[in-house]
Structures are given as C-alpha cells and as structure tokens.
Ligand binder design. Sequence first.
Ligand SMILES: [Zn+2]
Length: 265
Amino acid sequence: MPFDCLIDVHSHLGQSSMDTMSADGERLCRLYHQAGVTHAVTFSIEACYGGIDAGNAYTLQEVARHEMLSMMAVAHPNHLAASAAWVRQAASEPKIVGVKIHPALGAYDVISRAMFRLMDEVIAPSGLPVLSHVGNDSPNVPIDRFLQLAARFPQTRFIAAHLGVGVLGLAHAAVDAWSRQPLDNVWFDLGTLRAFATGAVETFLTHIGPDRLCFGTDAPLYVPAPFVRLLEVLPVTEAVRRKIAYENVLQVIPALRGRTGVAGE
Ligand SMILES: [Zn+2]
C-alpha cells in the first residue's frame, strides 16, 4: 500500500562515477514518484569529496526547483571557512535543513581535532542536525568512532547512515556498539544493501528499537523503489512502520514539518 507520507533522509544530487548513479533534481524526483517517496533530503555527491562550494551551490539550485526536495549542506573539516559559510546560510535559506559529513569520501577522521573544531565553531552552534556516512569498511568512521563524536556533542542530533554498518563487515557492529553506548541524540538511516539481508532490519529494531530508524535510500546510488517495498512488507505494526516512514525523522529534523509531501502540512 502506498504511504501518505514517506521521507527519504539520505539521497544525493550531482555526478557520481556512473551516469546511472547520478541525478539532477528532475531525475531524482522521477525516481521518487516511481517509488512512492513523498519528500526527500538530499546532498551533493561532489561536496562529499571536498568540492564544498561547487557541490552545495548546485544542490541548492536543484532543490529550489522541486518542492519535494530539501537539502543538507555538506561540510568538511579541511574547508572550515567554506563550510561555515554554508552552515550560516541555513539561517536564511529554509531549504537547508541539516549538515552532511562524509569522513570516508572526504578522507578525514570523524574524531580528528579538525572535526571537533568544525563541530565546536560551526555545526554545534547552528543547532542543525548532522547526517554522517558510517561503515564498517572505513577506518575513518566505523560506528564506534561515530558514537564517540555524537557523545561529545550531546546537544546536536545525529543520524548514522547505512544502518550504522554499510554493506561489508560485521552485521551486528551497530547493535553491539549501541549496547555499549546508547545515545539519546543518535538515529540511523536504512540506506544500505544490508537492509535487504533477511533479518537485518528486524535485528536492528529488536536491539536498538523502533524510535531510532529513519527511512533512507542513498538514491540514486541505489534505486529507491525496492526500499519502499522493503518497508511495506516489514513484519512490524503500522505504528512502527509510520515511525520509520516519517515520524522519527521529524524528531531529528523538525524543520521538515509542513513541507510538500510531509504529514501535517
Ligand atoms: Zn550516501
């Protein structure tokens, strides 16, 4: 059954290594209409590598043309001034609802001194939520190191991407890390092929709980429609399905309330 409200918290605009895994705003929205996603938060793929100004500018230009799209500005600790300018712009640009960081593609440590400085001086004072790539296969940002960052900034709300594990490595890494260090200010997104492994999402919900998971697809790197189907058939109550579809993400990003395709508009 289609969702009245389904928010993708993790997607990308711009050009990746293949044209099929790249999108402008129009292509991304086409994928969402096919999938039944009603609103999406997107961020620049190029800026994840360090092209902060070019990538964020292109993303802002594209989301401005599509009411169903909001964006996170990508920040990078080695581009402190440029990152600060983009985060400041969120105060006057309602399309910018958060900050995306990618320590793996950006080649920095998520608990480096430079990252703490970016948090202390720029991101934490902004009050914006932060979505970070997290993956077992990146020494820059496995789940344990990500949780150390989040623990140091308890006033900032964080989303760990890719179920906190990504495609490779130990399936239970996030569940185990959470059991050692559960945090009120941390949520997770669903956007990984691992979500399609039988039992992966159910295990997450059992140990981390239904209040911590947000729908996400990593489109256009992945086709979003299968993630929608996954959520439709997940053996959970309708109340839990709604939490994953949009209620949890509205706790992390309240600024999404009232936008096109968001419940309560
Ligand atoms: Zn991504």
